[in-house]
Design a binder for this molecule. Structure first.
Ligand code: SF4
Length: 330
């Protein structure tokens, strides 16, 4: 109220000054105009809720500003820059230089501590542009260091990984407001080795899922991406294998960007040749009919196994029976 009055007073004073002095000195009144405009803007900024101390490390989740994304508003944190799992279909190489070269974020603990004091009531997703448990985590132990900070802050955490290394942290994970999303794309070790060359094999991921589940940590599975000719025939087997240990499945068809398309074309020429990709913006999509049919198959299998289901960036929100990212599990 007091600051609104100050703003009104400034506007009135500025108008009268301008009227009086414009008859005597054009330059003087112009200078006055600039000075009072600056003062007025500063006053209005103080009245607004604009933060003057932005977050340094945590970011607002921005899924490529994607028109198909149905995620609730949330924060995103990547302890590492880049990811050494090297999945052929991965999109990070389109915007992270040396995307498959994993390096720890600098001053992670200090910057995260400061950011957490400024976070509002949203979920924090870890990670979206890297895996939080790459092989380098054995050496750097960044997750071991940041999990206590996250726990003390009380923020709700969504942990997304392909790695069984997450089981190392079960003792603290089970005490947090948290859900884990484990990515399992295939049960076939050879296929996994070809498309996700440096990620742990399916057997280790499945074992991790069992351990997390038996520790009463809420889990979902990302059956993502589905690549016709690679893992589409496995949909039923995968969901049957995971269903005792998770409550929710999120699935998506393969959507490579240009550089990922090159990797896929080199590694899987016969399969890529048989797919009718359509370029939309900077992303290749399978035909809508094919994507819908694949997602419907996943959904039907989930329903048979009493699992909730959602798609990721497919544009079929009517199919969802729960949040797409599994945040409802927290
Ligand atoms: S684990 Fe995720 S971030 Fe890492 S390379 Fe694979 S798709 Fe990319």
């Amino acid at each position: 109220m007091g600051e609104s009055f100050t703003s009104a007073f400034l506007v009135l004073f500025f108008s009268l000054s301008l009227f009086y002095f414009q008859h005597y000195s054009h330059y003087f009144s112009t200078g006055l105009l600039v000075l009072f405009t600056i003062g007025l803007f500063r006053n209005l900024l103080n009245e607004s809720d604009i933060s003057i101390s932005p977050l340094m490390l945590i970011q607002s989740f921005d899924p490529w500003s994607g028109r198909f994304c149905t995620c609730p508003p949330k924060y995103s944190l990547n302890p590492y820059t880049g990811c050494s799992h090297g999945c052929l279909y991965c999109y990070i190489t389109s915007y992270i230089p040396q995307g498959f070269h994993c390096r720890p974020k600098k001053n992670l603990i200090l910057r995260l501590s400061q950011d957490l004091t400024k976070c509002h009531d949203r979920y924090l997703s870890i990670s979206n542009s890297s895996d939080p448990y790459p092989p380098e985590e054995k050496k750097y132990k960044l997750m071991t260091k940041i999990l206590p900070l996250l726990k003390d802050s009380g923020i709700k955490v969504l942990l997304v990984t392909k790695s069984n290394l997450i089981t190392r942290d079960i003792p603290i994970l089970r005490t947090m407001s948290l859900a884990v999303s484990l990515s399992i794309t295939t049960l076939d070790t050879d296929w996994a080795q070809r498309i996700e060359p440096h990620a742990p094999p399916p057997s280790k991921r499945l074992h991790a899922l069992k351990l997390l589940s038996s520790s009463h940590i809420p889990c979902s599975v990302r059956l993502d991406p589905i690549i016709p000719g690679v893992n589409d025939e496995e949909i039923t087997d995968i969901i049957t294998a995971i269903s005792p240990y998770c409550k929710h499945v999120v699935s998506s068809t393969v959507k490579p960007r240009r550089d990922a398309m090159k990797r896929l074309s080199v590694a899987l020429p016969d399969i890529v040749t048989n797919l009718s990709f359509q370029l939309q913006g900077n992303t290749y999509y399978l035909p809508k009919k094919q994507r819908y049919s694949l997602m419907k198959k996943v959904k039907k299998t989930c329903e048979a196994e009493h699992l909730t289901f959602a798609t990721c960036r497919e544009g079929f929100p009517e199919m969802h029976t729960a949040t797409c990212d599994g945040s409802h599990l927290i």
